[in-house]
Design a binder for this molecule. Structure first.
Ligand code: BTN
Length: 261
């Protein structure tokens, strides 16, 4: 794998992003996005793309492992420009999860990609992509959407604990993929899902529900100090996870799924 596996000219001329910053190696594209987002003159969507991350971050305090051949990028979005109220910005991260599913299915037509609420992407029952959405405290109106997709990085080379729970596109399809193609498919799908969210929310949530990995499963979610278990009924029209518990229906705006079966 070369240190420059992307066709930057093609990405720049795609019209899907306004600017592209490429790094052969970086700590974290989300950390870089945090720095850049403060610049009010930045044209959004601004794409930060890396061939290698030294300290990729996941949700909460998790790290994000990805070997050579993974796709790692962060989009700096002008969320205020969408006219979505701030409390609906997390729905843009839901859109990113749906978009990644769609991009993967375009590359591997016979595969069924699912979203594990809020926005992990699963193939063959294993995590294949993760999304880290962050709102910088010092860059009002901006939203960062960091996406990591295991593309050509076989999980056979990953730390042992990951091989049980994670997979990659190459592990599933037994072929390698053009990273530029996968990236452009993800960006194009994200534009579609975002537009659907803005202009036809009921259709957006219906489309998302069709991809929900957790529906009809017994799910346990940790939300701060609370742990809630119940039968998952998908998400409602605000993106909240619905769990049928002995005490009634719980609707969760945020949280981490600790188990599902
Ligand atoms: C998760 O599953 O917990 C989210 C993982 C997000 C990983 C991506 S890789 C590109 C971007 N930069 C980071 O440091 N993290 C996100």
């Amino acid at each position: 794998m070369t240190s420059q596996p992307f066709d930057l000219n093609r990405i720049r001329s795609s019209g899907l992003v306004r600017e592209v910053e490429f790094h052969a190696e970086i700590g974290s594209t989300n950390d870089r996005a945090m720095e850049l987002a403060r610049d009010r003159t930045l044209e959004c969507p601004f794409l930060i793309l890396a061939a290698r991350q030294i300290s990729g971050r996941g949700r909460g305090s998790n790290r994000w492992w990805s070997g050579p051949g993974a796709l790692m990028f962060t989009l700096i979005l002008d969320a205020r420009g969408t006219n979505l109220p701030t409390e609906r910005w997390p729905q843009l991260a839901l859109a990113a999860g749906g978009a990644v599913c769609q991009a993967i299915e375009r590359a591997i037509p016979d595969v069924d990609a699912r979203v594990k609420w809020p926005n992990d992407v699963y193939l063959t029952g294993k995590k294949t992509a993760g999304i880290l959405a962050e709102v910088p405290s010092d860059a009002a109106g901006r939203l960062l959407v960091g996406i990591g997709i295991n593309v050509n990085n076989s999980l056979a080379a990953a730390p042992l604990e990951l091989t049980q729970t994670a997979t990659s596109m190459t592990d599933v399809a037994h072929q390698t993929f053009d990273l530029t193609e996968v990236l452009l498919a993800a960006l194009a799908s994200f534009a579609e899902w975002r537009n659907k969210l803005l202009h036809d929310p009921p259709a957006f949530f219906e489309q998302w529900r069709m991809r929900c990995l957790l529906t009809d499963k017994k799910v346990c979610v940790r939300d701060g100090s609370r742990q809630i278990s119940g039968d998952c009924q998908g998400i409602d029209d605000s993106g909240r996870l619905k769990l049928a518990t002995p005490a009634g229906i719980e609707r969760l705006l945020s949280g981490t799924v600790v188990s599902f079966e």
